[in-house]
Design a protein around this ligand. Sequence first.
Ligand SMILES: *[C@@H]1O[C@H](CO)[C@@H](O)[C@H](O)[C@H]1NC(C)=O
Ligand SMILES: *[C@@H]1O[C@H](CO)[C@@H](O)[C@H](O)[C@H]1NC(C)=O
Length: 417
Amino acid sequence: MWPTQLLSALCLLAVAGAAEVKKPATAGKSGEAKLSEKASTLAERSAGLAFNLYRVMAQDKGVENILLSPVVVASSLGLVSLGGKATTASQAKAVLSADKLRDDDVHTGLAELLASVSNNTARNVTWKLGSRLYGPSSVSFAEDFVQSSKKHYNYEHSKINFRDKRSALQSINEWASQTTDGKLPEVTKDVEKTDGALIVNAMFFKPHWDERFHHKMVDNRGFMVTRSYTVGVPMMHRTGLYNYYDDETEKLQMVEMPLAHKLSSLIIIMPHHVEPLERLEKLLTKEQLKTWLGKMKKRAVAISLPKGVVEVTHDLQKHLAGLGLTEAMDKNKADLSRMSGKKDLYLASVFHATAFEWDTEGNPFDQDIYGREELRSPKLFYADHPFIFLVQDAQSGSLLFIGRLVRPKGDKMRDEL
Ligand SMILES: *[C@@H]1O[C@H](CO)[C@@H](O)[C@H](O)[C@H]1NC(C)=O
Ligand SMILES: *[C@@H]1O[C@H](CO)[C@@H](O)[C@H](O)[C@H]1NC(C)=O
């Protein structure tokens, strides 16, 4: 008797449990294949990397806006482990918390993850992504490294002669501009160390909303960079049903906006009032994000966001070194001999550059919703001061982007009284 009772009790629990589990946002209509176990593991590890890297960058006083694609940073680490030997290679895996995984699983898993999250057809988003490894002209890349890094990480390879620095920089910037259809005209104005290898990621990302903004609902407003410094920016507005949470204790609010096909979403975390983001950044961890997301409820929200392109370039070299990638960056210790067949390379810079376009475009939706009771008295989500945002993949939880918008482009507005 007892076992059957237990069994039915367990069944009830299972049913109750199943009912509570939120249905994945994945609509499945795009027919996206499920990720393999190793790709899912790397999705999770790259999300961990996202928060670690964001944290060290946020503490760097020289950094204002932040824009990182953790899956792309993860693939650059994959590249270093592919081209490195001994400690140089193992540190790259360790920064990704993948030290226990087999090399081959790291490369194929990351390749699968990257292909899935950057599949523009399935996701109906615009994400142009180019990755290049530049080496000094004295170095020749090994053919098998060129092949495997192209296969796994879509890396191109190029030699660059820094004796003519101006034209070297120009060629990097021209390539970035071509890769991004002109949206990212410049990766950098200068390169500090010209005797090593450079990793360059050039990206253009434009979220395509699951429910679009009306292109006419745009006007000029003030964005408060600080309490005493306001810039004029175009702002777009819409009201809809969104996952929303207001944390009264921590004095912040969050909203989750699905992107097309609901395969990913953009999550914004914003303090109630204008303040430096440090307080929120101290709270921000993978676990905390999960807790907050779990508290969200779908309700009417009137959202106002700055519109326009934000371009951000980071040289991640010192930040990755801060997380433990020290040998690859050290001219005397680096062993990147799988890249060139010799111990003649080190990593001088890791340029990670993105143009992120906040725009109104998205899919049409059921207009009848505006007549319905549910949309009465919406919560206001008025993003006119610095906020943190993330683009999260619905299936794997990996982060396509993590960043903060502190200073959008715009002219200083007249001081108000
Ligand atoms: C992208 O997704 C589509 C399904 O929507 C699939 O047919 C295609 O093979 C995918 N492309 C890549 C490169 O994975
Ligand atoms: C998204 O899908 C729509 C409708 O199918 C299409 O017109 C549009 O070009 C797509 N956009 C992107 C960025 O894939």
